[in-house]
Design a binder for this molecule. Structure first.
Ligand SMILES: [Zn+2]
Length: 200
């Protein structure tokens, strides 16, 4: 949970470099405030029959819509920096759904796959796949940075598994409207770690 005392990423000088870096790739890293994000929050609140609270969406999560990636004001630069590769992958996924032309063109097919198919809750297999693919990028980064930092193989693998387990539990929880059963997600994410680890 976010602590009130920490410095917001918005007031951290390193954020402007990160924003500029992603802007070059056509990604808009922004504060999750204003009419755009408020509208999404209300829509989510309505389509989930009030299960998904506005504050939860706006204040606890990073979200990608099209080429826009929104982060809550409360987050620190470290949190934003850590989560950004995952969100960047969602922009790429959206672009692929938009025939590699634009993530906005892919928004509808991406949204339908992500939200509805094949079952909106309980077995939203595409939501699970998109999330696992985005977390794969984070896991890859843990590996690359671990090697760079001179960590042992055991240490790196442990860190990769820890992140994968955390993400698998979240993707199968209410946070992601119970996309798939937890045991299924844990198994799939473990397999993904193995693949990333064995890849050169
Ligand atoms: Zn995600």
């Amino acid at each position: 949970m976010a602590k009130k005392t920490k410095v917001s990423w918005v007031d951290d000088s390193r954020s402007s470099d990160l924003i500029a870096l992603y802007k070059n790739q056509g990604v808009s890293v922004e504060l999750k405030e204003g009419w755009f994000w408020e509208t999404i929050a209300w829509m989510l609140y309505i389509v989930t029959f009030t299960l998904y609270k506005r504050d939860k969406f706006l204040k606890q999560f990073a979200t990608t819509i099209g080429n826009k990636v929104g982060f809550p004001r409360d987050w620190s630069f470290r949190q934003v920096d850590y989560v950004m590769p995952h969100e960047g992958q969602h922009v790429r996924q959206g672009k692929i759904c938009g025939l590699c032309i634009s993530p906005w063109l892919g928004l509808l097919p991406f949204g339908i796959l992500y939200i509805l198919l094949p079952i909106p809750a309980g077995f939203a297999y595409f939501r699970y796949l998109f999330e696992k693919d985005a977390t794969r990028v984070t896991i890859q980064k843990i590996k690359v940075e671990g090697v760079k930092d001179g960590k042992t193989e055991d240490e790196i693998l442990e860190e990769m598994h820890k992140q994968a387990e955390y993400s698998a539990k979240r993707v199968s929880s209410s946070d992601y409207m119970w996309s798939v059963p937890q045991s299924f997600a844990l198994k799939g994410y473990r397999k993904m770690v193995k693949k990333v680890w064995l890849a050169s």
